[in-house]
Design a protein around this ligand. Structure first.
Ligand code: ARG
Ligand code: ZN
Length: 464
């Protein structure tokens, strides 16, 4: 799903296409059929995502067998061609592809590393809607991504009997074929079949649970808002659901059977945080929220509408951080991975705001000062290499960008900037220039120097 609003970002998405048209412009073949690009031009991940088409919806019908740890699935992608498409790529890591059909006609395909190259029988004209059905199977193989050297990405077993796909940035292609870059958001439906006794949790709303005759159950989940592929999550295990419909957003959490009361109690503050963020930023972007706590999972990740945590119970700060990402990260999403401070800096800064709301201005300052001290000797956060995507500077100095901006423009304008940046870019993609434009527009101030110093300057600036 590519939004209609044309921003710098969309131009970026289309740049590969325009370049090709330019190259053909002097020949007769302006409208020649062409292969879709094997990437979307991301500086850090040149081969993630694919060009030439736009996925609107994924339907993933997947059966899981815990004994063999294997999946057997059909992914049906509804897409639109952006050019006259002779062939196109999807990202898929390992697994065995059994068949590919385009508009229900068998299509040829080849595999090359993590690219699945599909050649339909006839080319797909620009603007045409088309469907691709891929039937595939195997044991998902975790992906080593230099951005997260401490963990492997994608579908895997985290503790005996607990499986989950955790994918930021590249992991989703280890369990479904996708246009694996945040620029191509889409809606999703999941039909996950598991043995009786296990629960399959996924993004969005649980539509139904179907008991089959053969001692399996199907969990049907639907994510009706656009979602980046790295935010897709399926978790399978012996989970107990806990639901709270008392607030404006239903909260459904999934805890491993036998989870301690103390670990569960740590999530009770979610409703208060939700109410506060909604007031500060605007409505929560998705239909429901909640967490899934997965034994053995290290850390936390803001999967869309369903953050994933380990089993030990959350720190308040992490709970807030992942909830904040639903606005900044999941609804408003980076256009290229090097702008990750727009996610992590924002989510970290909101911990300071939460401290301020709970304990007052001194608590805010203490937190801000600690961030600056911790980032003192670190590299600037604005243009990280792949191995620095989740470096502490991105979080700490990234958060201080917002603190510096607040000091410069004053509280009223600052919060108006956050609200406007959110509202104007909900469900879409942004880059740093988009944020600076909103900040300068509303403050009527020249802010290039402030952003340049905090985001790219070698030395960390003094606190305002
Ligand atoms: N974005 C995550 C956070 O909330 C952490 C990212 C690191 N882990 C990962 N699997 N990408 O801070
Ligand atoms: Zn984060």
């Amino acid at each position: 799903m590519t939004s209609i609003r044309i921003t710098a970002v969309k131009l970026h998405l289309l740049s590969a296409l325009s370049l090709m048209l330019l190259m053909f412009a002097s020949s007769a073949a302006v409208f020649a059929q062409q292969p879709g690009a094997d990437g979307l031009g991301d500086r850090l991940y040149p081969r993630l995502g694919n060009g030439g088409y736009d996925v609107r919806h994924y339907s993933i019908d997947l059966a899981f067998k815990p004994e063999s740890k294997a999946i057997a699935a059909t992914a049906l992608l509804e897409a639109v061609a952006l050019v006259d498409l002779a062939s196109f790529n999807l990202d898929l890591y390992e697994l065995t592809v059994n068949s590919v059909r385009v508009d229900d006609i068998r299509a040829a395909f080849t595999r090359e590393e993590a690219e699945l190259v599909i050649s339909p029988e006839a080319y797909i004209p620009a603007g045409a809607a088309f469907q691709v059905a891929i039937t595939y199977a195997g044991v998902p193989q975790p992906i080593a991504d230099p951005a997260v050297p401490w963990v492997k990405l994608g579908w895997q077993e985290w503790a005996d009997g607990y499986f989950a796909a955790v994918s930021q940035p590249s992991g989703s292609m280890n369990w479904f074929p996708c246009n694996n870059h945040p620029l191509d958001k889409a809606t999703y439906s999941f039909r996950i079949t598991v043995p009786q006794g296990l629960t399959a949790v996924a993004n969005g709303v649980l539509r139904e649970t179907i008991a089959n005759d053969n001692d399996t159950r199907v969990f049907v989940w639907e994510m009706q808002q656009p979602m980046a592929s790295y935010l897709a999550l399926v978790a399978i295990g012996d989970f107990v659901a806990a639901r709270d419909d008392s607030g404006s957003v239903p909260i459904r959490n999934f805890f491993p059977v036998g989870a301690s009361d103390a670990s569960i109690a740590g999530y009770a503050v979610t409703g208060d945080m939700m109410a506060w963020l909604t007031e500060l930023l605007g409505p929560y972007p998705f239909a429901e929220y909640g967490v899934v706590a997965v034994p053995g999972f290290p850390g936390a990740l803001e999967s869309q509408s369903l953050s994933i945590f380990g089993a030990s119970g959350p720190a308040d700060s992490v709970l807030l951080h992942e909830l904040l990402h639903q606005w900044f990260g999941n609804s408003v999403t980076l256009a290229h991975w090097s702008d990750i401070w727009l996610h992590e800096g924002f989510a970290t800064y909101f911990i300071a705001l939460w401290r301020e709301k709970q304990f007052g201005a001194d608590a805010y300052s203490t937190f801000i000062n600690a961030l600056r001290t911790s980032a003192m000797a670190l590299k600037a956060p604005g243009n990280p290499e792949k191995s620095e995507l989740f470096a502490w500077s991105v979080y700490a100095r990234g958060a201080l960008v917002l603190h510096a901006l607040r000091g410069e423009v004053g509280d009223e304008t600052f919060f108006e900037i956050l609200r406007t940046f959110y509202r104007e870019n909900a469900y879409s993609n942004v880059d740093t220039a988009d944020f600076i434009a909103v900040a300068e527009g509303l403050s009527e101030a020249e802010l290039e120097d402030l952003f340049a110093a905090w985001l790219y300057g070698e030395r960390i600036p003094d606190l305002p």
